[in-house]
Design a protein around this ligand. Structure first.
Ligand code: HEM
Length: 236
């Protein structure tokens, strides 16, 4: 099977909700296309759907866990004939006006301060892994051979990096591309749907550690970390 890859250097720009066979919008099942410079990554988290490239007429059954890379302006549609969970991440080609602008940027300062309050307790990564390992029976198997002293350190440092840097910065991009390769199906084979759990557990950790935590801050953490997750997931 050919693994689809997004071109290097695209900028994350928003995500859909996770849809199932009942909630998937009719617009996705009808012919449509992305605007010029906009790319999509359609993740199939569970079940199966059919992706139809209306330019070539090629139809592909996409079974979880897998993804389809959708180029700009390509007419396409999906068809659903059974249970499915899917999700679309959007990316755009960088341009002079927007090159440094990603969706989470506005939230940065508040999230940085919140992370610092959590980090000052010294327990961020330990609490995170306790929650994450308990969050689903699927998670512990991934960490059967892990040295947790080291893992807690690299997790804390990678979250710190994601909180303090924008995904458009080259150093950050390099880290995310490297994490994409370390987690994809050719390496640790981390199923893309598990990143939602990862994000839930990061927020739950911050809920426990940040005395100033509230719903607005949670929204900001989610929006700020999402672009990094999009890049890692697209490398699956
Ligand atoms: C954005 C989310 C995530 C970040 C920032 C992250 C961060 C990291 C980092 C920094 C490493 C070390 C990489 C290396 O040594 O090259 C790592 C390894 C790993 N991650 Fe993640 N991770 C994320 C999501 C996940 C998820 C959802 C899973 C699912 C179970 C997962 C499972 C693993 C495993 C199994 C390893 C290897 C552990 C080992 O060396 O034994 N990660 N992660």
């Amino acid at each position: 099977m050919m693994i689809e890859r997004l071109p290097q250097g695209l900028v994350p720009g928003g995500s859909s909700l996770t849809f199932n066979e009942e909630t998937i919008p009719d617009a996705l099942k009808a012919e449509h296309k992305l605007a010029a410079g906009r790319w999509g990554v359609l993740h199939v988290f569970d079940g199966q759907l059919h992706y139809v490239n209306l330019e070539t007429g090629a139809e592909r059954a996409v079974s979880a866990p897998d993804l389809v890379v959708i180029p700009p302006q390509l007419p396409h549609r999906v068809s659903i004939n059974g249970p499915v969970q899917c999700h679309i991440d959007f990316f755009r080609e960088p341009d002079a006006d927007h090159a440094m602008r990603t969706p989470g940027e506005f939230a940065g300062e508040d999230v940085r301060r919140s992370f610092d309050r959590c980090d000052a307790t010294g327990g961020f990564a330990e609490i995170f892994y306790n929650l994450f390992l308990d969050s689903s029976p699927e998670v512990p198997g991934y960490f059967a051979d892990t040295d947790f002293d080291e893992q807690r350190r690299v997790l804390r440092d990678s979250v710190h990096m994601m909180v303090t840097h924008d995904v458009s910065e080259p150093r950050m991009r390099e880290m995310l591309d490297q994490l994409g390769r370390a987690h994809n199906r050719e390496a640790h084979n981390v199923l893309p749907r598990l990143y939602e759990l990862w994000l839930d557990c990061v927020c739950e950790t911050a809920t426990l550690l940040d005395s100033e935590w509230d719903a607005d801050l949670e929204r900001k953490w989610r929006v700020h970390l999402r672009p990094g997750l999009q890049i890692i997931m697209a490398a699956y």
